[in-house]
Design a protein around this ligand. Structure first.
Ligand code: 5GP
Ligand code: MN
Length: 343
């Protein structure tokens, strides 16, 4: 977005509007943080703002300001459709392709005739929105939301509530400020947020000290089944529907498990394959270190995408077939993966 866009947007937002704010399906801390930050910001300017998530958010985000008021498109279908049909503006946050909301919600969005605005930091954005703020150099969509509000000349409207939402997104998407996308700018923004009263220790604890006994048992089980392919510098996990049932799986419980694969010395590619019985798919997460692009890998072979070092995908093959395909591919790409670290 350039200066003209911000001016045009500011003019459009001068009069209170009906606005819907949408995160991607299976929203994470960054998606929810961005949606709630935007909601609180726009509400301060007397807009009517409803957040509609494609599906349920993880339990560890339910403490966030107004998280409980978020509509779930799959469960609160009538209300969600009505909100979208009545909206004049729709904000798409933390995703850049409409299929990331799932078929049902995408069908409803396809009929939307108003103005779309997208804020996102993933690669290869679709040209859907009248206003697109897309930049892969940002660590988190929440970091972009901070700059977006600043660009609209409203930094003074960022209060402790908005700051808390933005902080949560930056903290989660940077892996607690350790991923390469964490820049001096990120820390400067975070410093400003802390000056607004953000309680960093409280937020960390709410998000990361939210395990149940069963969660840790599931993690232990996954770790005990971890597979390593040393020649391809690759590690992967497989969780079948029976594994998930045994440990009373709830949405969000497998978050972060894939990173344990990358924590092994010498591993440059990690993956987790999760059998999602409800959706009838295998949900895949890929993580890499260095040059090997899991965005390309996920896009080219598994109908997914994301970032260079973190991407997601789905497969409609069986769990075993999906993993077999993966093993063949990592064998094919073993040179690229093992050289991923080299400069
Ligand atoms: P995760 O593995 O945690 O689900 O996702 C990793 C990253 O890839 C996140 O930034 C997420 O938004 C993105 N991502 C996950 N699934 C997909 C997908 O199917 N398509 C695209 N384009 N991006 C995805
Ligand atoms: Mn994000």
């Amino acid at each position: 977005m350039n200066i003209q866009d911000y001016k045009a947007l500011k003019n459009l937002l001068e009069i209170p509007k009906k606005i819907v704010v949408v995160p991607h399906r299976n929203p994470d801390g960054d998606a929810i943080g961005a949606c709630l930050a935007i909601q609180h910001y726009l509400k301060k300017q007397h807009h009517d703002v409803i957040v509609v998530s494609p599906n349920e958010l993880p339990e560890f985000l339910m403490w966030m300001p107004s998280a409980k008021e978020i509509l779930k498109f799959d469960k609160q279908n009538r209300q969600s459709k009505k909100a979208i049909q009545e909206a004049e503006f729709i904000f798409l946050l933390d995703f850049n392709a409409l299929n990331r909301v799932g078929d049902d919600m995408q069908n409803t969005l396809n009929d939307f005739k108003g103005i779309y605005l997208m804020i996102d930091h993933h690669l290869q954005p679709e040209a859907i929105a009248k206003f697109t703020f897309s930049d892969v150099n940002y660590s988190a969509t929440c970091e972009m939301v901070y700059d977006f509000i600043d660009q609209l000349g409203d930094k003074n409207l960022i209060d402790q509530t908005i700051a808390t939402c933005i902080y949560t997104g930056i903290m989660t998407d940077t892996g607690n400020f350790r991923f390469p996308a964490t820049k001096p700018r990120t820390h400067k923004i975070v410093a400003n947020l802390m000056e607004l009263g953000v309680d960093n220790a409280y937020i960390y604890s709410k998000v990361f000290d939210a395990n149940t006994y069963q969660n840790l048992q599931l993690l232990g089980h996954a770790l005990s089944k971890l597979q390593v392919i040393p020649k391809s510098n690759t590690a992967y996990f497989m969780l079948s529907k029976n594994d998930l049932k045994e440990f009373d799986y709830q949405k969000g419980d497998t978050e972060g498990i894939v990173n344990y694969g990358l924590s092994i010395k010498g591993i440059a590619l990690a993956a987790i394959f999760i059998e999602d019985e409800d959706q009838g798919i295998i949900k895949i997460s890929f993580r890499s270190k260095g040059k090997f692009s899991v965005n390309d890998f996920a896009r080219n072979y598994f109908n997914g995408g994301g970032h260079q070092n973190a991407a997601g995908a789905r497969s409609t093959d069986s769990l075993n077939e999906t993993v077999e395909k993966f093993i063949k591919l990592v064998h094919k790409y073993k040179k690229e993966i093992s050289r991923s670290y080299e400069n």
